[in-house]
Design a binder for this molecule. Sequence first.
Ligand code: NAP
Ligand code: G4F
Length: 341
Amino acid sequence: MARRALITGITGQDGSYLAEHLLREGYEVWGLARGQANPRVSRMRKLLADVQVVRGDLLDQGSLISAVERVQPDEVYNLGAISFVPMSWEQAELTAEVTGMGVLRMLEAIRVCSGVSRGGTAAGGQIRFYQASSSEMFGQVSETPQNERTGFHPRSPYGVAKAYGHFLTQNYRESYGMFAVSGILFNHESPRRGAEFVTRKVSLGVARIKLGLADELRLGNLEARRDWGFAGDYVRAMHLMLQAATPEDYVIGTGRMKSVRELAEAAFAAAGLDWERYVVTDQALHRPAEVDLLCADPKKARVQLGWEPTVSFDELVALMVESDLRLLSDGGDPDQDSSWP
Ligand code: NAP
Ligand code: G4F
C-alpha cells in the first residue's frame, strides 16, 4: 500500500514542490487547506491534480484532529505558517497563533490520534512529523556559519514564533518518544515564491522593466545578506529527514551568502540591464529589527542524509527572471493573490 503524507501549507511554495516530490516517490498525498473559498486552493488543484484536499486550519484544534483521523498519515509535514517576516510585526498575535501555536495543535492532533498518552512511557506512535523551522530563529547571529548547535536570537515576532515551534517539536520527541524533527531551512526561492519576498519582487521588477511595464524597482535594505537556495532542492531534504533511522534536526542551506545588492545586480544582468539605473532605495521598506546576515553550515545534512543543493545562486536568479519574463509576456498576473510589496 502507498505511504500517505499530509502536508499543511499545501497552497504555498514549499507545499507545491514537496507534493510533487512525494507523488514522484509513490506517496498518496493529502493537503490541508483552510477557508471555504480559498482561491489558492483552486490554483493548487490545477498544478497538483493528484493531491487530495482535506479541510482544516492551524487555528482550529478540532479540524486538525479530524484531518489526521481521516487521512491516517504515515508522515505529516507542517509547512503552514504566516511566513512573511514584515507581516509578523503588524499581526504579531496572529503570527504567534498560526506559526507558533499551530505547531502545538498539530503535534497534539498526532499525539491524540496515535494513542500516545501523557502519563505512559515514551512509546512514540507511528506518525512521523516534520516541522518547518527557520534560519530566522538565529536572528542576530552569534557565529557564522550557523549550524544545529548555534544559539537563537530571533529578531521578529515570526522568528520568536518559529523558535517556540522548534523547541516544542524537540519537547514532543523527548517527552513522548515521537518521531518529530525540525528542518532549520535557510531562504529558498523559486518561480513559485510569493511576490512579497525579495527574490521574487526583484525578478518580477526586472521583468516589468525589461518589458516596459515599469521604470523603477523600490527596495529596502540592500546590505542584508542571505543564504539563498532553490526550493525544489530543499523539499528533498524534508523527506530525507523523515526517512532517517533516528529523529534529529538539520540545518539546510547552501553555505554561501549574497547581499540584496548582489541579488539585484545579478537579476538585472540576467536581463541585460544595469541595476543601478533602476533600483531606488526606500526607508519605508526597512524593518524595525533586521537580520543582517544568515549563512548555513549544512555539513550534518550532507554527511548524514547525503543531501546536496543542485542549483547555484546565479542559476536560481536566472531561472526566476526567465520565468517572470515568460509569465508577464503571456499576460499572467502574479499579483492576483498578493498585496504585499
Ligand atoms: P508560503 O508560500 O508563505 O506558504 C504558507 C502556507 O501556510 C500557505 O499554504 C498558507 O495557506 C498556509 N497557512 C497560512 N495560515 C494558515 C492557517 N491558519 N492554517 C493552515 N495553513 C495556513 O511559505 P513557504 O515559503 O512555502 O514556506 C513553507 C514553510 O517553511 C513556512 O512554515 C515557512 O515559515 C517555512 N520556511 C520557509 C523558508 C523559505 O525560505 N521559503 C525558510 C525557512 C522556513 P493559505 O493559502 O490558506 O494562505
Ligand atoms: O525575502 P525576504 O522577505 O525574506 P526573509 O525575511 O529573509 O524571510 C524568508 O526567509 C526565512 C528564512 O531565513 C523564512 F523563515 C521566512 O518565512 C521567509 O521565507 O527578505 C530578505 C532580506 C531581508 O533582509 C529584507 O530586509 O531582503 C531584505 N529586503 C530588502 N528590500 C527586502 C526588500 N525584503 C522584502 N521582502 N522586500 C524588499 O523590498
